[in-house]
Design a binder for this molecule. Structure first.
Ligand code: XMP
Length: 524
């Protein structure tokens, strides 16, 4: 499908996905592979360029992630970032050692504008540094092309061999001209034409899906979230009524969400989908009774999903394919793509049960980042309201109720969450009307979670011993890192007062200030 590809080789750096995203922002298709990937596989992919990511190790230590020298002799341009830069030097005979001064954070870097990487970049530019080790001597044939006050080799290159090493992180937005540098690499050095576009993605996917499915029957898991909605519409464009969408209401959805999904995708909605709603609330609550461990909950929820689809498929008869709205970060974060540690098993990838009664699973969005999924959705005419919906995890409120899930707790968190979202939306709208711009505190994701802490309160003259709800609101660009949003105090107070007055069983409200990292956005 993609003639032009850049490969990111992952050495365990926390920004590996960002590198790939930035490359795609230059309209160049890009995939992430572990440093353990065989060089023959890399060669087969015929990449136009290779980027080595950062990583937590020291390249001169035994057993540190490495790559064979041949990678640098393929005639394919290579760009090493941070650990990747150090490794390039180490493998090619330069010297890397512990730096006398550790650099961390925004740092002034002086670049040589003659370098193709730094074309159009300011001579003095702010970059994001994060390293203990440094390149004390570049390998033979390399010229130093940037330095900082403390780092003599902030960048080096061997132009004849098309090898480039950068000590800082151009993929991080704190590096003010980082995108320009990556653009220079993929478009100018590697010579990529930049043909990766969403309209061609939609067109090509439709063609591929038709070829793959033939006249087979397809079942789509529709949750009403952005990813599965885009997947469903893509499939329905490709194969029309060979597709049946199954929407499982697992009783872990937000307030009224089940009905809202049915309104859009059901028989009265704008799409002509075969739509089946399965009300499986009780079945889920029974399975989840007594289970408190987050990963166990995720696995149960994911597995039950598949079982229900299998049952529905049997009713329809001879279903060949199952569609899932898995997207690229799910794949990478589940440890299936790159090198990153498994933080949480996203239920639609890592938690997939071994026994699945379908011929094959189709994941048409598996290669896309979230913003690309949204672009594809808009491209196909899906309403903006749906496309820009805030993300909601597959396991739903199951991972927003800490500890055991019960129907009663679901009710509490649903009510509290609805009040919270309503008040935040109202305040944001008021701000917009008054100021003509979006509120600077407007979170990208905001929701309530139920803690499993009960505490004493007083309501009227009565003693209460009820649950505490936690409000979460984060500002984030990519959901990989996030800051707690500064929602105005009066808005939070109003939410608190409404929740305590209106939601039976809750007598305390907390606001979560934790950023990601070290926290995650969801609670489990
Ligand atoms: P975390 O909690 O990992 O969340 O910081 C990052 C983003 O991913 C969403 N999320 C999920 N989405 N299935 C999903 O489809 C899941 O299992 C899942 N877990 C987390 C979360 O809402 C946030 O936007």
């Amino acid at each position: 499908m993609n003639q032009e590809k850049v490969i990111v080789i992952d050495f365990g750096g926390q920004y590996n996905q960002l590198v790939a995203r930035r490359v795609r922002e230059c309209n160049v298709y890009c995939e992430i592979y572990s440093y353990r990937t065989d060089i023959e596989k890399i060669k087969e992919m015929n990449p136009k360029g290779i980027i080595l990511t950062g990583g937590p190790n020291s390249c001169y230590e035994d057993n540190s992630p490495t790559y064979q020298k041949e990678l640098f002799e393929l005639g394919v341009p290579v760009l090493g970032l941070c650990y990747g830069a150090q490794l390039m030097m180490h493998v090619l005979g330069g010297k890397v050692e512990k730096a006398p001064v550790r650099e961390y954070g925004k740092t002034e870097v002086f670049v040589k504008k003659t370098s193709p990487l730094f074309a159009d970049v300011s001579e003095k530019t702010i970059c994001w540094m994060s390293h203990f080790d440094y390149i004390s001597k570049p390998a033979d044939g390399f010229e130093i092309t940037a330095h900082t006050a403390d780092c003599p080799v902030a960048a080096a290159e061997n132009m004849a061999k098309n090898l480039y090493a950068i000590q800082f992180h151009p993929e991080v937005l704190h590096t003010q001209e980082g995108t320009k540098m990556l653009y220079n690499f993929v478009r100018n050095v590697c010579g990529c034409a930049g043909t990766w576009r969403m309209d061609s993605f939609v067109e090509n996917s439709i063609k591929e899906i038709r070829e793959k499915v033939g006249d087979g029957k397809v079942l789509c898991a529709l949750s009403g979230g952005v990813d599965s909605s885009v997947a469903a519409v893509l499939l329905s464009k490709a194969i029309g009524n060979q597709l049946t969408c199954v929407f499982v209401d697992h009783g872990l959805l937000r307030k009224d969400e089940g009905d809202e999904v049915e309104e859009v995708f059901g028989p009265k909605g704008p799409y002509e989908l075969n739509f089946i709603r399965v009300n499986a609330q009780e079945r889920y609550y029974k399975k989840l009774a007594g289970v408190t461990e987050p990963e166990a909950k995720r696995k149960i929820i994911g597995e039950e999903f598949i079982r229900i689809f299998e049952e529905e498929a049997k009713k329809i008869g001879a279903v060949d394919f199952l569609v899932q709205g898995t997207i690229y970060p799910d794949v990478v974060e589940s440890g299936l793509g790159g090198e990153s540690a498994v933080i949480k098993s996203h239920h639609n990838v890592g938690g997939l049960p071994e026994h699945v009664d379908f011929k094959e699973i189709i994941e048409p969005l598996r290669d896309l980042f979230k913003d690309e999924v949204r672009k594809a959705g808009l491209e196909m005419g899906i309403p903006e309201k749906l496309v820009f919906r805030q993300p909601f995890p597959g396991p739903g409120l199951g991972i927003r109720i800490i500890g055991e899930v019960t129907g009663e707790k679901v009710r509490m968190v649903q009510e509290a969450d609805a009040i919270y979202r309503e008040e935040v939306d109202k305040a944001a709208e008021n701000y917009k009307v008054a100021n003509g711009t979006e509120a600077p505190w407007m979170p990208n994701q905001y929701f309530a979670a139920l803690t499993n802490m009960r505490s004493v309160g007083v309501m009227g003259d009565e003693r209460t011993y009820d649950y505490a709800v936690a409000l979460r609101a984060v500002r984030t660009v990519d959901f990989m890192t996030a800051e707690s949003a500064e929602i105005p105090f009066e808005v939070l107070q109003k939410v608190m007062s409404r929740i305590i007055n209106e939601v039976k069983g809750i007598n305390r409200v907390f606001y979560d200030l934790t950023s990601k990292p070290p926290g995650t956005i969801e609670f489990e």
